[in-house]
Design a protein around this ligand. Sequence first.
Ligand code: PNS
Length: 173
Amino acid sequence: MKNIIVIYPGSFDPVTNGHLDLIHRGSRLFDKLIVAIAQNPDKSESLFSMAERKEMLDAMTAELDNVYVDTFEGLLVNYCIQKNANAVLRGIRAISDYEFELQMALMNRKMEPRVETIFMMPAEQYSYLSSRIVREIAKLGGPLQGLVPETLERRVRERVARRRISATGKHLL
Ligand code: PNS
C-alpha cells in the first residue's frame, strides 16, 4: 500500500471555511495532509503574519490526526520533494479558477514531474469564497458569518480595523 502524502499550499490570509472544507475532504482521502502556508513575497500586504496564520490553522485542524500545518518559502515543488510528498492539492471553485490552476499545475509538473496536482471541489456554499473577498468584506464592515470560523471573525475584524487606523496615521505604534 502506498503512503500518500499530499501538500495543500496557499496563503491562508486568513483561513476560510472553504479552506477548512477542503482540508477535511483531503484528510479523509489521504494518509497525510500537510497544509503549507506560503511566504507572501510582499509581506507588507499580508493581513496576518506567517506565525499567526499557522496558529489559526493549527487550532482549526487540531482534531484531525493526519493533518499537519507548516510554512514554506521558495518553490512549492522543492518543498514537496523535501517532504516526500506525492501530490499538491488545490481547490477549484469555479471555471474561472481553472486557467490559473492549470498553468500552475503544468509549470510545477515541468519543474518537478514527480509531483502531481490533485483538484478537489469545496462544498458549493463556499464556491464564491476567498481570503481576498473576506479581507474586503471585513474592511467594509460587512458580515463575516459563515465565511471564516466563528472564533476568528472578531480577530479578522480587529486586525482590519487596526490596519485602517495605522494607515490613516492616527494610531501608529
Ligand atoms: O492561496 P493562494 O494565494 O492561491 O496560493 C498560491 C500558492 C501559494 C499555492 C502559489 O503562489 C505557490 O505555489 N507559491 C510558491 C512559489 C512557487 O512555487 N511558485 C511557482 C508556482 S508555478
